[in-house]
Each structure stands twice: as C-alpha cells, then as structure tokens.
Design a protein around this ligand. Structure first.
Ligand SMILES: Nc1nc2c(ncn2[C@@H]2O[C@H](COP(=O)(O)OP(=O)(O)OP(=O)(O)O)[C@@H](O)[C@H]2O)c(=O)[nH]1
Ligand SMILES: [Mg+2]
Length: 244
C-alpha cells in the first residue's frame, strides 16, 4: 500500500519537524507538506526534512492566495498522480495524533473514506473552552440537518481517502477555501456513492502556534451547507472517475 499523509501548513514551525518524524516512524508511510509560503519558515524546515528522508517527504510550496481548501486540492492531485493508494489528511498542530493513522488506514479496507471522529463516543476533545465545544457540536448538527450527511464529525480534518474516492470527486469544482472544504468534499463523495465510516479519535487543542480560524472562514462554513443543498437540487453529480 502506498500511503501519503498530506499536512497543510501555515506558520507551524514549532510542530512540523516532530510531527513529520512521528508519521515517518510508521513503516512505509510518506508525507506531503503543503505549505502556503509560511512567513515563519515552515516551508524551509519541510525542505530540510525532505533532504533528510529522501523519497519519503515531498514538499508542495504554494504561492499566491492562501487557502486550506486549495492546498488540499493541489495535494490530492499530486498524491494521486504519484500513485498513492491511500491519501490521509491531518493538521500540523498535533491536534491529530499520528498514532491514529494506522486505525484510519485499517478501516479503509471496508470504506472509501475514513473520518477520524471527535463525536463518536460522546465528545472526545481535550482542552477546548466550553464555547468552542458548543460551537463545534452545534455546527455539526446544523451541517447534518441541512445537508443530510450521516456523519457525526463532518468538519474533521483527520481522514483517510482511498484513491478511487478522490478520483470520483471533481476536485477542480470544489469552491471552499477554508474549513468548509471538509464538508464540501464529504458531501460530493457521499452523493457519488462513496462509503464513509468513522473511527474514534481524541482531539487535543493546539499548544504551539496560532489558530487560523477567521470570521470569513466561519461564515463560509455556515453558508456552505445551504450551497450544497441547492447544488444537489439543481445539479446531478458530474461523473468523474469510476464508481466508488
Ligand atoms: N497550506 C495552508 N494550510 C493552512 C491554511 N490555514 C490553515 N492551515 C493549516 O491547516 C491546519 C488547521 O489549521 P488550524 O489553525 O489548526 O485550525 P483549527 O485546527 O481549525 O483551529 P485550532 O483548533 O484553533 O488550531 C493547520 O495545519 C494549519 O497550519 C492555509 O491557508 N494554507
Ligand atoms: Mg488546529
């Protein structure tokens, strides 16, 4: 199995090195860092890691407009072109512990997309203030109600995709820039028949660096479920790739 773990970064110099090294400790896994020209030099650290671990660390340096969604679109396309069988996505801030990656990969034997879920066994989040917990759990209820998605943690950025599922989603038509990317891609995959399962994870709030959650990103996430619902009404899924 060719497994690529994509880590999008913007100013994550404190965590990127130990995180990449923990992922590489899992035999055979490769990493792709998708850096948006971080002013703090995260991209240069990723280049050092790439030189240190030849063939196992790829760095995608993106310039121009920043965006988590666009970083993943570019990263997915590159990983699939490089022959990946499974593509994982995770944050760089250690909120997603690499120890769960083998669980996600194992569950992909019976699923097209595996979601690392914070809300499967009650709520498994460490160090979030109450208002953040309330926001996230209400957001997930809202997304499920509006889109009809049957996933407990629709906004999770910790996932494993089978290559066929990525090929099935028309990535170039994904419009989200920010965290709404998670919801939009899940929705587009689900309506093309991809099987989505969740595995439990414990999510830990970042200790280093700063959050990139902005008002614009929250607004996009609030609007996206309605856009998706409207899209489902007016547009039949475009056929990209073979069925899941
Ligand atoms: N390439 C790229 N990565 C980004 C961008 N914005 C955020 N990221 C990365 O996406 C991941 C998630 O961002 P965070 O700031 O941790 O967002 P979050 O986890 O929702 O928020 P916190 O819980 O407050 O940390 C991190 O690895 C960030 O470095 C971006 O515009 N471009
Ligand atoms: Mg985070």
């Amino acid at each position: 199995m060719h497994v690529v773990v994509i880590i999008p970064t913007y100013n994550e110099r404190e965590t990127i090195r130990p995180l990449v090294e923990q992922v590489l400790a899992i035999e055979g896994y490769r990493v792709m860092v998708a850096d948006d020209g971080s002013p703090d030099g995260t991209g240069a650290i990723a280049d050092e890691l790439s030189a240190l671990y030849p063939g196992r660390v790829d760095v995608l340096h993106r310039s121009g407009k920043r965006g988590l969604g666009r970083s993943y679109v570019d990263g997915f396309a590159r990983a699939v072109a490089a022959g990946a069988d499974l593509v994982c996505q995770m944050d760089a801030d250690f909120s997603h512990d690499p120890k769960y990656l083998p669980d996600l990969v194992a569950a992909s034997a019976n699923a097209d997309i595996v979601v690392g879920s914070r809300y499967l066994k009650g709520i498994s989040v460490v160090n979030w203030p109450l208002r953040r917990l309330v926001l996230s759990t209400l957001a997930n209820r809202y997304i499920r109600a509006v889109t009809g998605l049957g996933v407990h943690d629709c906004t999770s950025g910790f996932k494993c995709w089978r290559r066929e599922a990525i090929e099935r989603v028309p990535l170039q038509r994904i419009v989200s820039d920010g965290y709404a990317f998670q919801v939009e891609t899940l929705f587009e995959a689900a309506r093309r028949g991809c099987r989505i399962v969740e595995v439990p994870i414990v999510f830990v709030e970042r200790r280093e660096g700063t959050s990139k959650l902005s008002r614009g990103v929250i607004f996009e996430s609030l609007l996206m479920p309605w856009r998706l619902r409207a899209r489902a009404l007016v547009r039949r899924p475009a056929q990209a790739g073979s069925p899941c």
